[in-house]
Design a protein around this ligand. Structure first.
Ligand code: GLA
Length: 780
């Protein structure tokens, strides 16, 4: 797993090798990161520097070939000849910005060496091992350590840096990245996930060009603008082939990922806390820990990188009682009622939900204080007894009678000016004395740098949680930070990081003591979807956008870094509340089913036929829940603009579900090949469409072509038929070997106006099908 031979350190996972050496002047020089090597002869991989380059600064005059600027390094400093982007900018005890950390020693530890105050990956001593490389700046009394933890089974290496000030004089950190790596792997393409509210995690790629590309967040959270996950891949790599490196960060605050294509063609990549407004004093004897960075490599393309991340998250990030556990199907009150509800309304919704097989009822915003819209009440977590006479306990009992578990929404990091909390403690809010504060969603951020605020939140949330039988919490956070200021920190350059440390402390205090509570975090949807939050909450609400066609992009994007078990996905009403798009109920489920399923609509508005359909959806989901939440998830290179495919395959490859999604129908479409992957080529499988019903009304006047009599498309009888009846859609069935199926299935024709029979797929705009794939008994 970790080996030292001479000056070379070698870190092996199941399928990868990572190698660096300590140079003759003590700098850790990166040698190789890629497919696992069998041999032990690194010489061909080491970059050669056999002559002095012009226009460069040599490290020492007695070694003219040694120039930091052309070395591929594991970490760099400033002011000794490396002019690439530096991972560390420190005002050193001698009041210069020059720092040069060179090797002192190393330590190998069984298991992990986690940071003290930050969430991090965990693992048993037989699952991982940690290498610590100890370095120091020989001019000042400052040390640093680079930690590498190897998780061989998941093909993951985590890295983080720690800085120790042993000098009598203080220093200031302006930038300290968790990880830096100089790759010498040829041209690379950068993949990032970008967006905004209701348009999170859209994938973008660009070939690297000379210069620096930064992917970061300055909002105070990891943000919906740029997710901390990035991938660098070879230009010819695809979802299922080619080399790709993945990076992520276990951190929920302002993050920073920089990628620099240097003039010599090497690629420097780094990630860590964003230096934006960051300035951290370190007195004598103090140390600073950076969040853990997560690295992976795969030559099986982007799906390979994603599988490594998914396994790692399920095994070494998600913790507590819900690790590996099937997540309940929930109904959320938000899109059903927003702020307008009564106990009766809630219980009725719960009753309808229970009949359909839903397991958990989540009461969203509006249950406390004077919160009847988003102008008031945040901060006051006393139950609104006008809406809920008898309080949460009574509601909980009623839900339990319906066989439903009870979940509750909070937004504990925020306060409305119109709230008792703000009236009593205006100093709890983040504000700058003498300046007008900027509001977001009519609210202010609470000052989590203040221990009194943290105690207030813990006390209040815990007293609510302990007042009723609550088994799930949705923890929301609905604004970006502004007017950053706190009297509770020595310097304002510490604000953003101390806020996040405060948040982690709060989450730890509340939920470690209540392991039976399933925590789902949320931030106006996916404004804080990151590995830091996943250390506390096994699932995260991916987006306020539940339009399935929009969700295809959002969930596809998230899937590069996060497994389906972490992605909250709900079925809502059509036309959609944000896009006004009309989509079939089947497609809404078919997309949400590739995540942690929920429903977010007033079930009263469903017709009996739709209710039957929802019941079948939930039945199917429960039968295949392990597969859908924990299977190996695959994306496909999209051949056709108007189509997306998702697939999930069980770990033992005996079962799979694949989704074939059509965006817009095209007239007389090309032959459609449904791609399949991840199956066992030696096994024989049966493939069958999950039957879905077609709405008669959806055919309008066309229905007259099928009936022996004529009928007006808006006729009462047709409307009634539509309420209770669904026309069967084409069901395809195949039986073949895994190797054959992985050549792709040539599907039946789609409807094109020339006739209708039971072998024609009636897909249309935004239509989709799920197919269940099962290894045939005789093949097992
Ligand atoms: C945010 C969340 C929603 C809902 C509302 C309630 O927007 O993302 O899911 O909880 O807050 O105010």
């Amino acid at each position: 797993m970790i080996e030292k031979r001479g000056d070379i350190f070698r870190l092996d996972t199941k399928d990868t090798t990572y190698m660096f050496r300590i140079t003759r002047h003590g700098h850790p020089e990166h040698i190789y990161y890629g497919d696992r090597l069998t041999g032990t002869d690194p010489e061909p991989l080491i970059m050669k520097h056999t002559i002095q380059t012009g226009s460069s600064v040599m490290y020492t005059e007695d070694d003219p070939d040694y120039c930091l600027d052309t070395l591929t390094l594991e970490y760099s400093g400033i002011g000794k000849g490396d002019y690439r982007h530096s991972p560390a900018e420190i005002l050193m005890p001698d009041s210069t910005y020059v720092c040069d950390f060179t090797y002192d020693s190393y330590v190998i530890t069984e298991g992990i060496c986690p940071p003290a105050d930050l969430p991090a990956a965990y693992g048993e001593t037989d699952e991982c091992r940690t290498l610590e490389i100890r370095l120091s700046d020989k001019a000042c009394n400052v040390r640093s350590s680079l930690f590498y933890t190897v998780f061989p089974e998941c093909n993951i290496i985590t890295r983080r840096a720690v800085l120790y000030n042993d000098d009598d004089r203080g220093l200031r950190i302006r930038k300290l990245m968790s990880m830096m790596l100089d790759l010498n792997a040829g041209p690379l393409v950068l993949l990032t996930l970008d967006g905004g509210w209701i348009r999170e995690t859209h994938k973008h790629t660009r070939p690297l060009q000379p210069g620096i590309f930064v992917n970061d967040s300055t909002t105070g959270a990891s943000s919906n603008r740029h997710n901390p996950g990035i991938i660098l891949h070879a230009p010819d790599s695809g979802e299922d082939h080619g080399k790709a490196y993945g990076f992520n960060l276990i951190y929920s605050g302002n993050h920073y990922e920089a990628v620099e294509l240097s003039s010599s063609g090497t690629v420097r990549v780094m990630n860590g806390i964003n230096p934006h407004c960051f300035d951290w004093p370190l007195s004598a004897g103090e140390s600073f820990e950076t969040p853990e960075s997560v690295l992976t490599y795969s030559s099986d393309g982007l799906n390979g990188v994603s599988r490594n991340f998914h396994d790692f998250i399920n095994r070494h990030i998600i913790r507590g009682e819900y690790k590996d556990k099937e997540r309940p199907v929930l109904i959320n009150s938000w899109e059903a009622f927003y702020f307008k509800f009564s106990c009766r309304k809630l219980v009725r919704l719960a009753g309808r939900a229970a009949k359909l097989g839903i397991e958990l009822f989540v009461l969203d915003d509006g249950w406390f204080g004077d919160r009847n819209d988003d102008h008031a009440g945040l901060g006051d977590y006393s139950v609104n007894l006008r809406k809920l006479p008898g309080g949460l306990k009574r509601l909980g009992r009623k839900l339990s009678k319906k066989g439903m578990k009870f979940g509750l929404w909070f937004e504990p990091e925020m306060v409305n000016e119109n709230s008792d909390l703000f009236r009593d403690h205006p100093e709890f809010a983040v504000r700058i004395p003498g300046r007008r504060s900027s509001l977001g969603r009519n609210q202010l951020v609470l000052d989590l740098c203040n221990s009194e605020v943290r105690d207030y939140i813990v006390r209040n949330v815990c007293s609510v949680l302990d007042s009723a039988d609550i088994s799930y919490v949705k923890w929301d956070m609905n604004r970006h930070t502004s007017d950053m200021f706190s009297v509770h920190i020595p310097e304002q350059g510490m604000f953003f990081h101390r806020y996040i440390l405060g948040l982690y402390e709060i989450l730890g205090r509340i939920f470690k003591a209540r392991p039976h509570i399933l925590l789902e975090t949320c931030s106006s949807g996916g404004n804080r979807f990151d590995l830091g939050m996943l250390c506390y909450s096994p699932q995260i609400w991916a987006s306020d956008n539940t339009d399935p066609i929009e969700r295809l992009k959002i969930q596809r994007g998230l899937s590069y870094f996060y497994p389906p078990s972490t992605i909250g996905a709900h079925v809502s009403l059509s036309p959609h509340q944000q896009t006004l798009r009309r989509t079939p109920l089947s497609t809404r489920f078919n997309v949400a089913g590739f995540g942690v399923l929920g429903y977010e609509l007033d079930l009263k508005h469903l017709t009996p036929a739709e209710r039957k359909e929802v019941k079948q959806q939930i039945g199917f989901y429960k039968e295949n829940r392990i597969l859908l939440q924990y299977g190996d998830f695959y994306r496909f290179d999209e051949m056709l603009q108007n189509r997306t495919n998702f697939m999930t395959v069980s770990k033992d490859r005996t079962e799979a579900v694949t989704g074939n999604f059509q965006i817009l129908a095209s007239a007389a479409p090309e032959t459609e090949i449904m791609p399949l992957t991840g199956l066992d080529p030696e096994l024989r499988y049966s493939v069958k469409t999950i039957p879905r019903g077609l709405s008669v009304k959806g055919f309008g006047a066309l229905i007259n072509h099928l009936l022996p009599f004529r009928i007006h498309p808006d006729n009462f009888i047709l409307r009634m038929i539509d309420r209770f009846y669904r026309m069967p859609d084409c069901v395809e069935e195949y039986s073949a070997g895994g190797d054959t199926l992985m050549q792709g299935i040539r599907l039946n024709d789609q409807f094109m106006g020339t006739g209708y029979n039971n072998k024609v797929r009636m897909i249309g705009d935004f239509g989709s099908n799920l197919y269940k794939i099962s290894a045939e008994q005789s093949a097992l």
